[in-house]
Ligand binder design. Structure first.
Ligand code: SAM
Length: 253
């Protein structure tokens, strides 16, 4: 049985899609996609030899060596253009994820890729911005909790495949946020917290960001012990950030 996190990712993959899972590690996701009959074939990409071996073992044990190919390489470099309809990337930071997508895009590896399912561990805003800048439109966002950790799963389609009425312009229109923030700041928080998650007023979103406030407050406390000008400045910045988060969260109630 898949973890809740991987199951949520799997549920986003359009049935029938040829999938490529980048940074696949144990290849649990592609193996599930094949076993569940959701995908006819898949590619498991891995940079590192250890995880690649784990992927090959998992695939062989599932008897899926003909349908799932494990390939070693950096990011989307393992793909030939047109080989995959859906790319999944999970369990890494948003900056690395955006870097993998951008390097791949520049090498033409995203030609033909209609769907992206992404689960960044941190730095979600970097991924959301990359999607907007490169013509992908979020179709859903899921925030889930598993083993005391929170995960965000982002499901995007290319602009031309996005259903009518689902556009980045509408998703990132900040006017629905009642916060007394500048529109530019509101937009920034849409990128950080997620346009769907904010509109859903998801309860978990509130917990996630309260937790973040707690972290920032602890950092502020530690800094109070130092009276370097630099540290005072940083503290002031953190306070502003905490206030902005509070402000945005207050609109969710
Ligand atoms: N995707 C799986 C999941 O979500 O359960 C595994 C996540 S694991 C934490 C991250 C994997 O990404 C590691 O196996 C690592 O070797 C691989 N990885 C890191 N950078 C990569 C890159 N540039 N290209 C391909 N794989 C990469």
């Amino acid at each position: 049985k898949l973890s809740k996190r991987l199951q949520t990712i799997a549920d986003c993959v359009t049935p029938g899609a040829r999938a490529a899972d980048i940074g696949s590690d144990h290849a649990l996701l592609p193996v599930y996609l094949l076993q569940a009959g959701r995908c006819p074939s898949a590619i498991a990409g891995e940079l590192n030899a250890g995880p690649l071996q784990a992927a090959r073992k998992q695939i062989a044990e599932a008897g899926l060596a003909k349908a799932i190919e494990a390939r070693q390489g950096n990011g989307l470099g393992v793909l030939q253009p047109g080989e995959a309809d859906t790319v999944t990337i999970a369990g890494m930071g948003g900056a690395l994820m955006a870097d993998i997508l951008e390097t791949g895009r520049q090498a033409g590896k995203l030609a033909g890729v209609r769907e992206l399912v992404l689960q960044p561990n941190v730095g979600e805003e970097i991924v959301r911005k990359w999607l907007v800048e490169h013509g992908y439109v979020l179709q859903s966002e899921t925030l889930l909790e598993e083993d005391g950790k929170m995960y965000e799963v982002l499901h995007a389609l290319r602009d031309e495949d996005s259903p009518e009425g689902v556009t980045n312009e509408d998703l990132y229109d900040p006017s629905f946020l009642a916060a007394s923030l500048e529109p530019g700041q509101k937009r920034e928080w849409l990128y950080r917290m997620g346009p769907y998650l904010l509109r859903q007023r998801a309860e978990l979103l509130d917990s996630k960001w309260r937790h973040e406030i707690g972290k920032l407050e602890r950092i502020c406390k530690q800094m109070e012990q130092s009276d370097l000008a630099e540290s005072r400045e940083k503290q002031a910045q953190l306070r502003l950030e905490i206030n902005a988060i509070e402000e945005v969260l207050s609109c969710l109630r």
